[in-house]
Design a protein around this ligand. Structure first.
Ligand SMILES: Cc1ncc(C[n+]2csc(CCOP(=O)(O)OP(=O)(O)O)c2C)c(N)n1
Length: 621
């Protein structure tokens, strides 16, 4: 039997599908998602949840003339299937394959690039304003999850949208989940809205009955209208959004195509901003993903029958080491508090959250708030550890500067996923944090070279009371440095792993293995190298650099961060200031955004593999 999906190559192909066919299409898409993602890995749960919603959006709107803007964008696989990228789905998140997020460079149907949360309403409002200036008449739609709605940017946009009164539609995909269970008052409020149409129907019934009473009818309606404002405080669903200035429609069953298309078509006829509240189930249609929502938010390749992940690393991850160590430190120090912005398990804080619930805070997808909240905790005498992925920390730059560093508060910022992260691509590569943290006064920045050193850095952080401290560490594990001796950290002191004469190889954190191998290979080419683990990117071990200058003509710096503003440029600045006679070569991330794909391939693309570095060095010295 021919597959319906085989005939869908663009959104126009679903316009004339009958209801029964749309249901079949939804079923086929689910099957395709499960089969494909079981091999590629990816954001399965979120995509299974939006199958009907995506079909309904493409049936009701005319993409790309009508502009659909997805929040975070991890739930756009169905959108990709319906917009001509079905065959390429098997390459998703792989090097040179489809991106796991919307990409304008990939399709005209991808209206706005995303990856970080809570941007869709702002962007959509921008598109709506542009449309009106240009005098065009298309629809603009933002699709945002309840998790993403917990981000401050989304609230800023709602606030502004209600003020601007532009015609545009916000679709809330409410599955009650962020990556884990969603948190916060808005989430509770949304949970409370269950009987959406009752108020509307009741109101219309009363009006119809009263209109039929001769003479008094219209006057009473006025009274009722006044009363409504009072009553609706109690009973109207979506009152918050109505009060903000949106027309609230819903809640709608997000797996009922008829309800979805009817409501979307209703929304198209409303003047001003509209808010459609859609209830969906994460993982819908695959029982294991419905049950284990968190595991299947983002998954590696898995066995469809059992749900078991196919490639689980034997080595313990940096995140887990961080979480375990902090949990053990908290046992003897009741001032330790842990903060995450919606990433409890990702940052390794699950156990901490269970063992010390009163000292654990998941603030929602709200990195800026997480940082200033931590500043408050510190100013009030606690020892906060705020764990944030490097790329998401970009959001909190001013909070780090203004709320933490200027007051020299003892907040430890644990920067997870520092360096190339792989499959998530441009928006998630953690390659800017050194550049945007290093220049902040009062800041100390440590990059441990292995998980043991991460533990030592955390020990060190406990004794450190002289202002903000950053510990940056990469995604994944260090593939087994257990057993190698790691010495205690001393403030601002690098670790000399090998003394040589010709070339000094200085590396930070995750470049350890590459640096070690490079030194071996250069030795084979008759160069006697020193190997330096910088440990403290800030303050820089200047005395050591000065000492190295006496013996070495060349310094090679290896770092998994943007070259501009990174460790190498700071070393170069010092060498230039002191007029030391050394030639410096810096190997890091050049001035471009690094795509998605396997980390090893990406490192190679960036010229950060031993072969290329060695060749370059031998050619140039
Ligand atoms: C600024 C930022 N912080 C954290 C994340 C990590 N993240 C990706 S998806 C997600 C949960 C989003 O939840 P929701 O919007 O409800 O979408 P769902 O997956 O439930 O459909 C989080 C926290 C991110 N992408 N951006």
């Amino acid at each position: 039997m021919s597959n319906l999906l085989d005939h869908i190559h663009e959104p126009a192909d679903i316009k004339n599908l009958a209801k029964a066919e749309m249901r079949i299409l939804a079923h086929e898409i689910r099957k395709e998602l499960i089969t494909t993602i079981s091999v590629t890995g990816g954001h399965l749960g979120s995509n299974l949840g939006v199958v009907e919603l995506t079909i309904a959006l493409h049936k009701s709107f005319d993409s790309p003339k009508d502009q659909i803007i997805w929040d975070v964008g991890h739930q756009t696989y169905v959108h990709k299937i319906l917009t001509g990228r079905r065959d390429a789905l098997k390459t998703i998140r792989q090097y040179q394959g489809l991106s796991g997020f919307p990409k304008r460079s990939e399709s005209v149907h991808d209206i706005f690039d995303t990856g970080h949360s809570s941007t869709s309403i702002s962007a959509a409002l921008g598109f709506a304003a542009a449309r009106d200036i240009k005098g065009e008449d298309n629809y603009v739609v933002a699709v945002i999850g309840d998790g993403a709605l917990s981000g401050g940017l989304a609230f800023e946009a709602l606030n502004n949208a209600a003020h601007m009164k532009k015609n545009f539609i916000v679709v809330l995909n409410d599955n009650q989940m962020s990556i884990a269970k969603n948190v916060g008052a808005m989430s509770l409020y949304l949970d409370g809205i269950r009987t959406g149409n009752l108020y509307k129907e009741a109101k219309e019934d009363v009006q119809n009955v009263l209109k039929k009473i001769p003479r008094v009818g219209e006057g009473i309606i006025e009274v009722i209208r006044d009363l409504k404002d009072g009553i609706k405080q109690l009973v109207i669903p979506g009152m918050f959004f109505e009060e903000m200035g949106f027309t609230y429609l819903g809640p709608v069953d997000g797996h009922n195509l008829k309800q979805l298309t009817t409501t979307i078509n209703q929304a198209k006829n409303v003047e001003g901003p509209v808010f459609i509240h859609v209830h969906t189930q994460k993982g819908k249609g695959y029982a294991i993903a419905e049950k284990h929502t968190e595991c299947f938010h983002g998954t590696g390749p898995f066995d469809i029958k059992t749900g078991d992940q196919k490639s689980v690393s034997k080595h313990i991850s940096y995140s887990k080491v961080f979480g375990d160590k902090l949990t053990s430190l908290a046992a003897t120090n009741d001032k330790i508090v842990a903060i995450t912005a919606g990433m409890t398990s990702g940052t390794g804080l699950n156990d901490f959250s269970v063992q010390y619930p009163e000292r654990f805070f998941d603030v929602g997808i709200a990195e800026q708030h997480a940082l200033t909240f931590s500043a408050g905790l510190s100013a009030a005498g606690f020892k906060p550890y705020v764990a944030i992925y490097s790329s998401f920390l970009q959001r909190g730059y001013d909070q780090v500067v203004h709320d933490i560093a200027t007051q020299n508060l003892n907040v430890t910022i644990c920067v997870d996923r520092a360096g190339l992260v792989g499959a998530d691509g441009e928006t998630h590569q953690g390659v800017f944090d050194v550049s945007f943290l290093n220049h902040i006064p009062n800041m100390t920045v440590i990059a441990p070279r292995c998980t043991q050193e991460l533990e030592l850095a955390l020990d060190y952080s406990l004794t450190y009371t002289d202002g903000p401290l950053v510990i940056r560490y990469p995604r994944g594990s260090d593939s087994g440095h257990k057993g190698k001796k790691v010495s205690m950290l001393k403030h601002g002191k690098a670790e000399v792993l090998k003394n040589g004469n010709d070339i000094a190889v200085i590396f930070s954190g995750s470049m350890y293995q590459i640096a070690e191998k490079l030194v071996d290979e250069l030795k084979a080419a008759s160069y006697d190298c020193s190997l330096i683990n910088i440990r403290f990117i800030k303050p820089l071990d200047r005395a050591l650099i000065k000492k190295l200058a006496k013996k070495h003509k060349h310094i090679i710096v290896l770092e998994e961060n943007a070259i501009i503003g990174g460790l190498g440029s700071e070393i170069l600045r010092y060498i230039s200031k002191e007029q030391l006679e050394m030639e410096v070569q810096i190997y890091g991330i050049d001035d471009y955004f690094v795509t998605h794909g396997d980390r090893i391939k990406l490192l190679k693309d960036c010229g950060l593999d031993v072969g290329q570095i060695k060749k370059n060095i031998l050619k140039s010295i």
